[in-house]
Structure formats: C-alpha cells, structure tokens
Design a protein around this ligand. Structure first.
Ligand code: IPM
Ligand code: MG
Length: 358
C-alpha cells in the first residue's frame, strides 16, 4: 500500500534543509522502488502568514491522514511579537499533542570524522552513542493551569504547572526500556526528585517498570548532575529518559557533544509507530536563506522515518552510510567545518549525499 508522507518545511532554514532531505528521499525511493508519495503542508510561521494560525485545519487533516511527517523547523523573529497563543511554536506543540507523539527519540551519535568539531576533547566524545528519550506531550509544556495573571497588589505573576500522571510516565518509560533492550541495556532516568513531587512519582514509576525488564540496569540522576555528567563523561550514558522540559535542555547539550546541533535528528512517535521526524535544531533565522545550513540532521531524520514508521530498514541504512561517506570525503557545512576539509553549501551537501547513495 502506498505510504503517505506529509512534508512541513516550516520557517527559517526549514525549507532549505527539507528540500535536501526530500531530494534524498526521492533518490532512495527510485533506488529501492519504494511505494511512497509526499505532500506539502503548512505549519508554524508559514501557516500564520498564509492562514492566520500556526496549525490550520487543512494541515490537521493532512497530518491525520499521513503515515509519517517530515518537519523542518518553526519560528522566527517575524512572529515573536504575536500573542503566545498563535505563535509558530504553538503549532509545533499542537501537532505533537494532537497526534499523541509522546515518545521523542533524540540520538546523539558522534561520527568519528567529526571528533574535531566537538567542543570537547576527542577522547571524551569518541565513540559517543547516547539515546535521549524525551516525553513530548506532557509535563510543564502542557500542564494546566498556566498563564500570566495580575495579583491583588497589582503585580503580575507568571505560572505553569509541572504535572505527570502515572500512565504518562509508564508509557515513556516503556519506550526507553524497549530501546535499551536493543542497545547496551542501560537506562538512566533523569529527574529532580530532591525538589519536585511530580518527579518523585516519576522515579517510583520507573523503579516499578524496571522489574519488568530484569536485563536492563536502571539508574537515576538529578537533572543538574546529568547536565554536568554530559559534558564531563558523556560515554557513561546509554539511554537517558526524562520529561519534556529536561529533555529539551539535555538534548541540546548532548547535541553539541557530537560537533554540531546540525547533526542531530529526532523521531516523535505515537503508540502505533506513526511519527513526526525533525532535526533537533531550530529554524536558525540568523542564517536563513543563505544556503549554508547543515541539512544532515534533516536527512538523518528522513532516515529515521524510513526505519521507524515506514519499515524500510535497508533504505534507512543506505542513507546513513551515504552521510558517513560524505563526511569521509571531507565535505563540511560551516557549522562542522574544521581546517583541511572542504566547506560546502546546504545544496552541495544534499547533492553529495544523493551521489553517495548509489
Ligand atoms: C525542540 C524545540 C521546541 C521544544 C520548541 C521550538 C517549541 O526546542 O523541539 O527541542 O521546546 O520542544
Ligand atoms: Mg529544544
């Protein structure tokens, strides 16, 4: 049966990097005779400009009908002054929530060719292979009540709610334990159980769940220590599982270990394997339109899509091999450039990956 991919380029560098990923997808489609069709849609600032809202009804219908979604990035200064209820980021949070994409996988893998590009010493990061499992549809990002209110004394007060129910913790925990079973069988759960009750429960549920996975070694770590350990000795981690906000922060830190956030793909999955795939980096408005953004995180996201939602492992492997090959050839976008290599544009990088596929 034909699989439908919804492509949402979004804002900033989104259209440029998605363009390259679609080129790569089309190339593997021809090569492996895949039964795929792609369709474009609007999300974020692009949708606000065209339809007045960041996640229009048309996009909602397209998203429901798709087997998988490939997203660039959303947001930019142009929309920063809008009311928070219709900001581009709201569109992203709404699509994650509406499709129940609670399981966010953010692998941080250091390509040996890029050890020089990392801000840490090569011996600290070489061989790095961490999987961050971030809960994506709950926690403080979605908790109610939230808002900005005026107190009786006239002072304004901002407030949010950090909330996790047992079932939410359990289902993301399962994603982490299942992933660990296919890797080094280690899960480190990140919380702030010394301060926040919501994460006291988080820790308890993870402990309970661990009894169902006797082969997996579960450890716990406070988030402040985890941030420190990530830059001190990142190779101690295999799978890290954590809530929405901590995962947002730790995954950016982990990204830098790999040389550049421009290398980090992600998958956001529902309970049935349907998913949205996007680079972990943002829309980078400062370099948008210059053709210098790194398309590899998006290309690798397309590869994750083939692997996790479309059941096309071989095509996914091929893309990953091609990426490794262009790095071997010394091709580097500006973010991962170091002396002795060849600096290339977004498009040249995409073309090189396509060429390396065959
Ligand atoms: C991410 C981003 C988003 C998030 C923003 C753009 C809403 O930082 O995917 O990590 O915080 O989840
Ligand atoms: Mg983030």
């Amino acid at each position: 049966m034909t699989k439908k991919i919804l492509v949402l380029p979004g804002d900033g560098i989104g259209p440029e990097i998605v363009n390259e990923a679609v080129k790569v997808l089309n190339a593997v489609k021809a090569q492996f005779d895949l039964d795929l069709i792609t369709e474009e849609g609007l999300l974020g600032g692009a949708a606000i400009d065209a339809a007045g809202v960041p996640f229009p009804d048309v996009t909602q219908t397209q998203a429901q009908a798709a087997d998988a979604i490939l997203l660039g990035a959303v947001g930019g200064p142009k929309w920063d002054t809008l009311d928070t209820a219709i900001r581009p980021e709201k569109g992203l949070l709404a699509i994650r929530s509406q499709l129940e994409l609670f399981g966010n996988l953010r692998p941080a893998i250091l390509y040996p060719q890029l050890a020089e590009a990392s801000s840490l010493k090569p011996e600290i990061v070489s061989g790095l292979d961490i999987l961050i499992v971030r809960e994506l549809t709950g926690g403080i990002y979605f908790g109610q009540p939230r808002g900005i209110r005026t107190l009786e004394n006239g002072e304004r007060q901002g407030y949010n709610t950090y909330v996790y129910s047992e079932s939410e913790i359990k289902r993301i925990g399962k994603v982490a334990f299942e992933a660990a079973m296919k890797r080094d069988k280690k899960v480190c759960s990140i919380d702030k159980a010394n301060v926040l009750e919501a994460t006291v429960l988080w820790r308890e549920v993870m402990d309970e769940l661990a009894t169902e996975y006797p082969e997996v070694e579960l450890s716990h770590m406070y988030v402040d220590n985890a941030a420190m350990q990530l830059v001190r000795a990142p190779k101690q981690f295999d799978v890290m599982v954590t809530g929405n906000m901590f995962g947002d922060i730790l995954s950016d830190a982990a990204a830098m270990l790999t040389g550049s956030i421009g290398m980090l793909p992600s998958a956001s999955l529902d309970a049935n394997g349907k998913g949205m795939y996007e680079p972990c980096h943002g829309s980078a408005p400062d370099i948008a339109g210059q053709g210098i953004a790194n398309p590899l995180a998006t290309i690798l996201s397309a590869s994750m899509m083939l692997r996790y939602s479309l059941g096309e492992r071989e095509a996914a492997d091929r893309i990953e091999m091609a990426v490794s090959q262009v790095l071997d050839q010394g091709l580097r976008t500006a973010d991962i450039y170091s002396e002795g290599n060849r600096k290339v544009t977004t498009q040249e990088m995409g073309d090189a990956v396509v060429a390396a596929l065959s």
